[in-house]
Design a protein. Sequence first.
Length: 732
Amino acid sequence: MAKGRNKGKRLTKNKLSEMLQTLFQQNPNVTYSLKQIFKQLHLDTHPVKMLAVDILEDMAWDDFLSKPAENSYRLNLQGQVTEGTFIRKANGKNSFIPDGSDKPIFVAERNSLFALNGDRVRVTMMARRQNHIKEAMVTEILHRAHDQVVGRLQVERDYAFLIPDGNLFVHDIFIPKKKLKGGKTDDKAVVKITQWPSKESKNIVGEVIDVLGKIGENNAEMHAILAQYSLPYKYPKHVEEAANKIDATITAEEIARREDFRDVTTFTIDPKDAKDFDDALSIKFLGGERNPLYEVGVHIADVSHYVKEGSVIDKEAEKRATSVYLVDRTIPMLPERLCNFICSLRPDEEKLCYSVIFTLDGEANIINWRLVHTVIKSNRRFAYEEVQEILEKNGVIDGTGEPAPAKKNYQGELAKELITLDALAKQLRKKRFKNGAVKFDREELHFDIDEKGKPTRAYYKKSKDANKLIEEFMLLANRQVAESIGKVKKGQKAKTLPYRIHDQPDPTKLERLRQFIIGFGYKMKTTGSKEEIAKSLNKLMDDVNGKREQNVIESVALRAMMKAKYSVFNIGHYGLAFDYYTHFTSPIRRYPDTMVHRLLTRYQDGGRSANRDHYEELCEHSSDMEQIAQNAERDSIKYKMVEFMADFIGDEFDAHISGITSYGIYAEIDENHCEGMIPMHDLDDDYYDFDERNYQLVGRRRHNKYMLGDPIRIKVAKANIEKRQLDFTIAD
């Protein structure tokens, strides 16, 4: 029964359907939650609310309405023909993402028109069959994202084929014999497609542009991963030649233009195998026993001094936008002479920097600061492990948040300086979390690699105090320079600057996380202020720390987070709880940092605001390239994981369920974090239904459940290196 306008009369399904249609047609741009719909139509009894929900779901199924989130609806203004991005999947479950949406629509292989991943396409929505999902058919490919494919060659007597990696197409690519470029059977090759399928011919035709080596060879496989994402695996000779011509001499005139920090205690802290040292810290004690003051310098390689805007080196760096880190190699953004020698802040060498100099008190409050071009001379190059050892030798217990006890005789080189910086970093970190920063300390999978590139050990690393020391000062510098440009007086317009932005979490995914953790006995807030939600999320991370469900709850929580990206339109950084944040501290490996250096220098010299549209384009490109680089890195980890586990076929391990899908279970081995899949057909004790909302498989007859986080004993069944697939079975 509905009160008010319906005056106690029973509301029929037809009448309620008419009321709902009118509501949405009169408000075509409004998204309504269920609560808002009930209020608008005065629906206040349980039966009539349930009837409305059924009608709304039918309307969404028939595409009269769209669902921006789980329990919200709006009028579907999208026609039958629409444009967007094609996403190709190796299992044939391709999808289409319409412009302005993140909701994928299924595209069967037969309806794909051979579109490749990332292609811009036009589709027609297909008439929906009863009890079937929405489908689209590609009718036109508007723009090809790539025209190169990587795979394995199969050479016959009169012709050859490329079998693409990851079962990219239903058909292999035909290659005329004269277009093989010396390639042989089982060579890994890069092929440029010269002819796409048409009405006249169903064949895809290509020509070999590079032979990478034999399948299974480490270099060939790593280069194949890069080529698959159209990332460069060679540095152009003309760019290297331009780098070789750069004069690395630091003149007396240049030193005179800069603040001189060569006599101030300065050092770098990096991974033990790093060569490109783009940040250094300096510290000077300014006196005061009761209320001590410290001058802390965050010194960043002055890349823009050597790489001039518009030069051939700059154009190549802009195109790459980032260095790419595979398991066994780095593909640098800049030529080696610049990133590992001229710009790298190597010990006992004079180097040019762009520096943020802070005066801090004992609680890490900023008394004053300045942004200056400097010259430095690093006293020492530390690896993270060395710093961690010095901290622990002097009573710093990792992770406690407690600084080392004050004493006169510190053990280790520059121990007093390191311990002081560690204590200041912990104060900065404490303030961040108090202000609502989100706490994610994820473990990372690493490999020891032999001289042939074969992994000999898999292990995971967690960020320790030495890592966090550097992290906090880099965050501080990035925030400070962003505020200096973005934070202006009321009525003034901020000058153009690329920011690192991070939006608030998806409310629907947060609610899904809340419902999921209830099953483990945890609670969290999903409504309220940003700070309240972040603090609740941090409490959850503390509560699950060290528990068997930690990894899986952290994974589900991460999925609720939005991706950080670059933009000149600042919305702040949710994860760090900063209103202003940019990337200033890694110009050797990130192009946005070089952009920021140039703009800061320009504004310090009194220059006008840069063109916002131009820099937004560069930001979008940098964000895209960052995502591509991360995908390549993940693929290299996956490849090494399969290669490593190939030596353990038939062995059993303790694991936990790390993923649930409609086609099987993902399990992660506890001792080394290697992940494989148990296909659905191996679960032969029952027929299992996939409960996506609760991340579980449920047996129909015996009601056995497989849930995220469950402990499980697995046996390694297959390790297909070519497909980068690791298959497990459940151990008896």
